[in-house]
Design a binder for this molecule. Structure first.
Ligand code: ADP
Length: 187
């Protein structure tokens, strides 16, 4: 299942484990302490090896961590990628505490980092939709909106965004969101 911009840039949906998908950059759903955790964060550190955490230790020593809505870049250790962008999503409360804007900001920041690092392919998990409790339908719509906006920029270096969804339910939710996006008339 994929979407293509007028300029040939693509969004692809895949179901599975993000640590097994090759891309120039892999996005992690980190926490603001950059301290490692469960979920996709645990999987990325396990598969990537200790080099990633060593680099995060340096960032933490300098800046104390990373605020929700932002992201920091490290190398990717043993992962099939050049970079990991550690994005800190919002913890979902009730949707009235700026969660949507913070989640959108995570995607924008990762896409900015992608441009800075001359990344052409980037893979995203469904940030905030696990332990942080963001309803996945809403999170999918936000993620797709921000990525489409970026891919439609004439100067974007990124040419493919892969959403790697964990489990059938997450995958099907994104398929639905992408289908409804593709059916909207072009502006
Ligand atoms: P958060 O704290 O941001 O909610 P989680 O890691 O708990 O982060 O979950 C984010 C999303 O990543 C969830 O949809 C979860 O199912 C998914 N996920 C967990 N492990 C993996 C993995 N190995 N690859 C891709 N997605 C994963």
């Amino acid at each position: 299942m994929y979407w293509q911009s007028a300029t040939g840039r693509k969004i692809t949906l895949a179901e599975g484990d993000i640590t097994r998908v090759s891309a120039d950059a892999i996005v992690n759903a980190a926490n603001s302490a950059l301290a490692g955790g469960g979920g996709v964060d645990g999987a990325i550190h396990r598969a990537g090896g200790p080099e990633i955490m060593r680099e995060l230790d340096g960032i933490r020593a300098q800046s104390g961590g990373c605020a929700a809505g932002s992201a920091v870049a490290t190398r990717a250790g043993k992962l099939p990628a050049r970079h990991v962008f550690h994005a800190v999503g919002p913890v979902y409360r009730d949707g009235r505490h700026g969660e949507g804007e913070l989640l959108a900001s995570c995607y924008r920041k990762c896409l900015e980092l992608a441009e800075e690092h001359a990344v052409e392919t980037i893979s995203f998990p469904a940030i905030s939709t696990g332990v942080y409790g963001y309803p996945i339908e809403e999170a999918a719509a936000i993620a797709l909106r921000e990525v489409v906006r970026h891919l439609e920029r004439p100067d974007a270096n990124v040419r493919q965004v892969i959403f790697v969804l964990f489990g059938r339910n997450a995958y099907e939710t994104y398929v639905k969101a992408l289908t409804s996006l593709s059916q909207q008339p072009a502006p």
